[in-house]
Ligand binder design. Sequence first.
Ligand code: UT7
Length: 321
Amino acid sequence: MRRAVISGTGSALPMRRVSNAELAETVDTSDEWIVERTGIRFRYIAGPDETTGTLAADAARAALTAAGKAADDVDLIVLATATPDQTFPATATKVQAMLGIDDCVAFDVGAVCSGFLYAIQVADSLIKTGAANCALVIGAETFSRILDWEDRTTCVLFGDGAGAVVLEARDVAEDGPGILASRLHADGRHNELLYVDGGPSTTGTVGKVRMKGREVFRHAVTNLASVMDESLVAAGLVPGDVDWVVPHQANARILDATARKLGLAAEKVVVTVDQHANTSAASVPLALDTAMRDGRIKPGQIVVLEAMGGGFTWGAAVVRI
Ligand code: UT7
């Protein structure tokens, strides 16, 4: 059967790493509060020459190398971001140009923190129909540019970065590798719980992130446990079959609570929120690349990717590596 197989991963982080203590010099917060409430210790902040596009291109190059593919092999780029370099054109086309690809399909997907899950399902679908054979699926963000650095309830939570995977069409056996199932959801009634207070068509400005964290937390645990369960059922698997969960890295307490709800051991959850903070659409592919490169995730293993974010939007994908 024709499946979309993850044949390589890559990631990229800005040069500058910022600790909680460094933030506490300019914001009314403390290392103790941030670690206890979120698990975050560090985040990376993009410098003036680092953009969503440059980070995405670096992550994409690393993923192509890992997959043993040349840029010319790519016929599709789907880039998930809420912080594009420009309102238009799509940052995916900037990445295409930076990689030196003359012609391919390239567009952005906007689903904030769930963007990578949305992008994976879009690319998987295009591969299954035969419209694409080799896709770069990227999550990349520079959330530092849309943070209100005077709002301690949000600015300590986010960071910048990018992650990418190469998704390749392959004919595989039933028990072979590839994306086995994915499920997506959105509920637009919750706009006011997590949003940016600006945009091209409303204020004509970029705006800043606003969040009612406690309420988002509550929805996140319920929705994530439910969509993970739904995708496992779609893949014909049960929680006991899962080797690794690679979750959206918003808060260590959300990761714990979600794993507990599904009866999954905490040791099966890949955690990078301590090092990267919440990088929105970049967080799942960044965490995936981390666990692929350090050898935790091995060929043949079952991995569940999941995320929830502004909209609300949420989703999960079950993959055999
Ligand atoms: O990526 C998209 C999805 N996003 C999420 O999943 C985020 C979900 N939400 C969360 O992760 C958590 O709700 C937060 C980390 C945002 C907040 O943690 P919390 O335990 O829900 O704290 P809280 O909002 O209830 O605030 C508790 C207290 C408040 O003080 P009072 O009102 O009790 O006096 C806040 O003002 O902590 C205070 N506070 C801070 N104190 C020090 C809020 N931010 C800070 C801060 N430093 N940075």
